[in-house]
Design a protein around this ligand. Structure first.
Ligand SMILES: [Zn+2]
Length: 353
């Protein structure tokens, strides 16, 4: 069975929010998209496990549809407010402790990936490798003095922004149809953060960032460009998706694009319709292959962070996607690149060791 590297999930954040989250993860549950039995069944070997700091919300605001305005062509949601960095640090540090608890209970079936060699070892031992990722850099101090502390806590992948502003840059509001070119680029601190991530060997993830911020990062970073969970704008023109110029730039830096499984960012009509065929995901994969080749495409489900299409709404279903790619006529070598080899190559180039 082909191993799978998933470029983005919010499972830690989800489990932390659930009562008995750890029990559900080890037993398996419909309440989370990724659990341990499902990962073993689906052959998920690695993932960028995200810590996402949720905004403090009233119960009304907790509804994902809150503030969503439907237009005759699609939808529009106001950009979320910035969050307090102190709150973000407190929340993130609790989640790092929660991940440690999860690892203790897993008795070796889950381990932290710190370096390239861990990825290679992971191919043999078949356990689930966790790469610690922050979705948004709110926890990082403006002077970047605590980045190394988080590196010591195993942070290996950092999303500059979620869909809200912070000290370093600005994300896109959720809109369809619209261009990702909304709002200002990176701040001076944002450019410094890229330099520091480059020198420590922390992967920078450009998911959720607006277009000006993307080009500032492209200009500043010496690493392959990475967008962990996204889609193709010319198939589905949502603000979260990549324009052809952005796709080309990612190819030029030997980077990677993780395609997500969330209907409203993959369907040409932008509808949040769970009854969407796997073929729609494969259309995004094919488009990227046609445009920049087989070496720059991977998976980035967004499990536990968004609504998934029904046919891929649990980690145990991942082999269905692999089978679909086989049916499409892709070779084993190409499928392996999409499933895990491209992600491993990018991390090898980014982490230094
Ligand atoms: Zn996201």
């Amino acid at each position: 069975m082909i191993p799978i590297f998933d470029g983005h999930n919010d499972t830690l954040t989800k489990l932390y929010s659930l009562e008995n989250g750890l029990d559900l993860f080890f037993k398996g549950s419909q309440k989370c998209d990724i659990d341990l039995p499902g990962s073993q069944k689906g052959n998920l070997l690695y993932g960028n496990f995200s810590i996402f700091v949720p905004p403090k919300m009233t119960s009304k605001e907790r509804d994902p549809m809150y503030g969503m305005e439907f237009t005759h062509k699609g939808y529009r949601k106001r950009l979320a407010n910035a969050i307090d960095p102190n709150y973000a640090r407190k929340y993130t540090n609790s989640l790092i402790k929660f991940l440690n608890l999860l690892k203790v209970r897993a008795k070796g079936t889950i381990y932290t990936i710190r370096k390239y060699q861990d990825l290679i070892k992971g191919l043999k031992n078949q356990n689930l490798g966790v790469i610690l990722h922050f979705e948004g850099a709110e926890v990082i101090k403006k002077d970047i003095s605590n980045l190394e502390w988080y590196y010591q806590k195993n942070l290996r992948s950092l999303g500059l922004v979620w869909s809200r502003p912070n000290n370093f840059g600005t994300g896109v509001p959720f809109e369809f149809p619209n261009t990702p070119n909304i709002g200002p680029g990176l701040t001076d601190e944002g450019k410094n953060l890229i330099k520091e991530c480059n020198s420590l060997g922390i992967m920078i993830d450009l998911a959720h960032i607006n277009e000006k911020g993307f080009w500032d990062a492209e200009n500043k970073s010496e690493h392959p460009l990475v967008v962990s969970h996204t889609g193709v704008h010319s198939i589905c023109p949502s603000t979260r998706n990549l324009t052809d110029d952005q796709i080309d730039a990612i190819g030029d830096t030997n980077g990677i694009i993780g395609v997500m499984f969330e209907p409203s960012n993959i369907r040409p009509d932008g509808k949040l319709n769970k009854n969407t065929s796997i073929k729609t995901i494969v259309d995004h994969i094919d488009y990227i292959i046609q445009r920049i080749g087989i070496d720059h495409i991977g998976l980035g489900s967004d499990f536990d962070g968004a609504i998934m299409i029904d046919s891929l709404n649990h980690v145990s279903k991942l082999p269905i996607l692999i089978k679909f790619l086989k049916k499409e006529g892709l070779t084993k070598n190409s499928i392996e690149k999409i499933a895990f080899r491209n992600w491993i190559r990018v991390l090898k180039e980014t982490w230094y060791h």
